[in-house]
Design a protein around this ligand. Sequence first.
Ligand code: SF4
Length: 565
Amino acid sequence: MEASRVEEPLRGRGGSPSSPPLTFTLDAYAARSCPVKTLHALTHPSERAPSGLSFPGAAEFTAGAFATITAAEGTVDLRGLSHSSSEAEEAACLAALNAGAPVIVGGLLPRDWDGHRRSRVELLIRTTDGYLPGVVKFQRALDPRRDDREFVYSPVTELGAPRTTTGWRYRWNWRWANAVQLAHQWELLRATGFATARPTGVVIGTDLIDHCGLVATWLDLTEPALSPTTEGADPSALVSALERYHLQFAERVDIAERALTGAEPPEGLLPPIVTSECRYCEWWSTCRPLLDDDDLSLRVSKSPLSRLEVSGLRAAGVHTVAQLADADIDELLPRYLPLVAYRQGAEDRLRLTQRRSRLLVDGLELARLTEGPIPLPTSAVEIDIDIETSREDRVYLWGFWVRADGAEYYRHFSSFTDLDDAGELELAVAAMSWLAELAAQADIRVYHYSDYELVRIARLAASGHPGMTWASDFARDHFVDLFEIVRTHYFGANGLGLKVVAQSAAGFHWRDNEPGGLNSMGWFDTAVHADDPEERSVAQQRVLWYNEDDVRATAQLRDWLRQQS
Ligand code: SF4
């Protein structure tokens, strides 16, 4: 919802006599994002190239959440002012704060020139002792937990009224960046004098709990919940989101000040370090030429080392895959480990990355870990299974590749509709009834890749339906997980996912140019919801071909495994 992501520093005149004559502000994304973005925004502003990436369903989710929030009595929605001057927007936000609006949507807080902060805040929520910031994210923000630790939340219809329950926890490890963003916004709020006494923020994710519908999770930004990221830190001494924010924000401010004064960037900032953030970064075309083709962070994509680990390796003299493949790890460790001591398992991760590097240097995708034939159960009828799920987490397609009596064919059970509990169960029962009929006539085994199908069958069996109970019992003795077999016998330069292994080892090729579970969710959405019947039909066929290729791939992989000696 930020009108412009404030990795882009904003330059302007200071607002107070004590301010330096030329200053800048950074937005709430700066501290949570790659630090090189702050540099590029000042040194290569014209090279910014929109990535065009969007997450299907995200716009609908956030629109729905804001519709609910703005429908609540007293909510002040300032999003319509986003084309006004910054001064007008800031004045409107201040007026709403002064008026005590229960919730302010899309307010632009007054810039803090001295603190170098600015931010448009999705939600400003009034509590009993001041306002706190909130964000809406199209992502799972919570995990279930079994202990009785208190969980603080509020329904989106009553954002300022916290409640407590148990059984849930915020996903600090995965969603720490939201908390860092909120820390920036809370600090900016504090500069206005309206912030809560205790640094707090809320995250509205896609989670539904306790029949409340969407909820806002309250985060104590001073809770020690995050791993430290500083050189020499004790990995067990957790830090708060506020502490991490201040550290990372200070680094971005330093980068901006150097860029504005023509000084060299901080040591270690360049060349850039490739992370998952680069996949959708607007500066990729600026960063890529700065990287060696053999750069470690560029080439190792499976379980990649973190930005700080790569930085530590570079400081120890290792920059490329070839250098790491060649390195004497025992000799390297005394120089490397002190730099990444905050990171648990740093040595194991380094050794694993070296194994991957050696495969990459040799141009190999897989390394065999064992010798001899690979045991793989056989049967008269062999069936490969693969299921597809929607974004709503419904299994809408059960696909099978059947080999019997020298013939083979694809069979599927699908429903290209928005399924509810009953519809999903009905489809699963139809698929399992067909399987039960086959099992009654012949000796069969069912092959799958990873335990996903087993998990979904077990979940559906919890309904108590006899057809699913049979399937769950049958799976226990007659399903074979090919992934477990592959994992026992191989190590992969790029992991052991079905796409990697079936293509590189077994020579299988998917008909679709972009095969992938996430993509298939988008195709399913189109197949169900597109206005154009032709578009729906094409998307449906695409899903079916993709699923058929998945089960044919496991069949071909099975053949290949049996040929190994
Ligand atoms: S492409 Fe990657 S390294 Fe470069 S600015 Fe973006 S996130 Fe940072």
